[in-house]
Design a protein around this ligand. Structure first.
Ligand code: FAD
Length: 511
């Protein structure tokens, strides 16, 4: 398209994260003329990979849920007729978790997991089964919940959706207390909490139950060739159905007339008219930067300004000339916690105590094509805030020598922590790189490098989160800043929900 040309689309989507790509591909398949605009040079947002010296590193996402044949993400790929274009490794066991010196390997099979937990905690056997039945029940109710939830529907929630009604304002710790008595067992069941960004005492019960459903009922999968492959096949589906993907162009403005979205303007000066606009981008950027002041009502803006983003991560990528299996490491993913005290661990993360624990992932245990022969990839990850050490030692927003020094220091500290599980790791590093929350923000524009959109507290989850419909007519959201939060399967489902809403609205007034 020529620069500055006004072009008419049915839908323009801001951002080619998995939420934007899924939404775009479904809309294009329905026959709507769809354009996805992405500021980065590659599609995928957090679900991208980068190559260095023969290694393929995942930028952020290191597995996806629901890609097995009965999984919800697989169903979306199937509807888009691209499911055969991806080769998947099932991650089994899901992960190993260390609590100090004690460790557990978490099997992918739910029955195996329940019997493992029941053997270790025989008095809790019934509670464990009831908990997982409730998690399944919550997911089944959530699928039947009308979207949008109108006032009339809300009256029937207690009757028709009793589990959602019981737990939607509770934390996962409160939900766990209904079923499990032993504190250690509670910590084991919640040990995947970094995947939702908050410990059980702070995370919404429904949000954590959503994660546990997808992990234990649908499984974790790794696409052969790296996470980028997943984004690429969604981009391929978009194009297959006539949709367009424009890379390396940033949307700077959402055009609004009489409270109705009319299109977007980009940094290159293009003006693109569209009947519907979907933002897959960061919610603060969408409402506070891309929309002119005065176009949104103050009540909406006030509540937006009170919402807080999720945690971010410090990440380290290592290329190593050792085989982790020789050190007895067989799990793709490992959590190293110093103890069973989840709240203390989370507080330590906020304070940047990198010496206490870390997450480790070794994608080459599943996919040897990611590294040169006889080499492996080891990823280290640690939840940490953007504001750590005055925004990582930046000076007036600039990354100077103190930023670089701190980044390097933290990288070595995290490698040292990982050596508790992988002895002599530092002797085998042939390539290393690290990223702070500021790096995540720079590549994806997510405020404060938020890993999962808004923090998944009970008062920022479910209907209290931003909805796919916005106060501006024909402006929609898709992705982790809207319902139902972060994670690849969740944003793909969000993309689908938004696409279906637009298809429905458009069928009633196609012109
Ligand atoms: C370190 C890390 C590890 C994670 N690991 C996992 C994991 O293993 N499994 C999992 O399921 N989830 C994981 N997550 C969470 C998951 O990655 C996200 O919740 C999900 O990918 C978000 O998808 P999205 O489509 O909502 O947005 P994003 O991936 O943030 O994509 C938004 C896109 O919009 C683009 N954009 C923004 N502003 C503009 C603009 N103005 N103009 C044009 N384009 C714009 C961005 O460049 C980006 O491509 C992880 C997150 C992080 C940070």
């Amino acid at each position: 398209m020529e620069e500055n040309e006004v072009k008419k689309y049915d839908v323009v989507i801001i951002g080619a994260g998995l939420g934007g790509l899924t939404c775009g591909a479904i809309l294009a398949k329905s026959g709507l003329k769809t354009l996805v605009i992405e500021q980065h040079s590659i599609p995928g947002g957090y679900c991208t990979s980068f190559k260095r010296n023969g290694f393929i590193f995942d930028a952020a996402v290191h597995f996806s849920e629901g890609l097995g044949e009965r999984g919800r993400f697989y169903q979306i790929l199937k509807e888009l007729e691209v499911e055969k274009e991806i080769e998947l490794h099932k991650i089994d066991p899901l992960y190993r978790v260390f609590f100090g010196d004690e460790s557990f390997s978490i099997p992918a099979d739910l029955n195996e997991y329940i019997s493992m937990l029941s053997k270790k905690f025989p008095k809790e056997e019934k509670g464990i089964s009831k908990l997982f039945n409730t998690i399944k029940g919550l997911k089944e109710e959530a699928e039947k919940l009308p979207n949008p939830l109108l006032i009339w529907d809300k009256i029937f929630v207690p009757l028709k959706f009793p589990l959602i009604f019981k737990y939607y304002k509770k934390t996962f710790a409160e939900m766990l207390a209904d079923f499990i008595e032993d504190d250690k067992l509670r910590s084991i069941i919640s040990s995947g909490w970094p995947y939702v960004g908050l410990p059980p005492s702070k995370v919404s019960a429904t949000q954590m139950a959503g994660y546990l459903y997808s992990a234990h009922f649908e499984g974790h999968y790794y696409p052969k060739g790296g996470s980028q492959v997943l984004a690429n096949i969604l981009a391929k589906a978009l194009k297959k159905y006539g949709g367009e993907l424009q890379l390396g162009n940033k949307v700077t403005k959402i055009l609004i007339e009489n409270n109705k979205a009319m299109g977007v303007e980009t940094a290159k000066g293009d003006k693109i008219n569209a009947k519907y606009v979907v933002s897959n981008a960061d919610a603060r950027q969408t409402f506070l930067k891309m929309i002119e002041p005065g176009k949104l009502n103050s009540k909406f803006l006030n509540s937006l300004n009170q919402m807080g983003p999720s945690v971010s991560f410090f990440q380290v990528w290592l290329g190593v000339d050792m085989n982790p299996r020789d050190k007895g490491i067989n799990e793709y993913e490992i959590f190293c916690y110093p103890s069973y005290d989840t709240d203390h661990i989370y507080d330590s993360c906020l304070q940047g105590k990198f010496e206490l624990g870390c997450g480790i992932n070794i994608p080459t245990l599943n996919d040897t094509t990611l590294a040169p022969d006889n080499k492996h990839i080891i990823g280290l990850i640690y939840p940490v805030p953007y504001t750590y050490n005055e925004n990582w030692g930046t000076e007036n927003g600039k990354k100077g020598s103190s930023y670089k020094k701190l980044k390097d220091e933290k990288m070595h500290q995290l490698i040292k922590t990982a050596e508790r599980v992988i002895p002599e790791l530092s002797k085998h590093i042939i390539l290393s790189d690290a990223a702070t929350p500021l790096t995540l923000e720079r590549y994806t524009q997510n405020s404060e490098g938020a890993a999962y959109g808004w923090a998944s507290t009970p008062d920022q989850s479910g209907t209290s989160r931003l909805q796919p419909e916005t106060p501006v007519k024909n402006l929609y959201l898709a992705g982790h800043w809207t319902t139902s939060g972060g994670g690849t399967i969740t944003v793909a489902l969000s993309g689908r929900t938004t696409a279906e809403m637009i298809i429905k609205v458009h069928s009633k007034s196609p012109h």
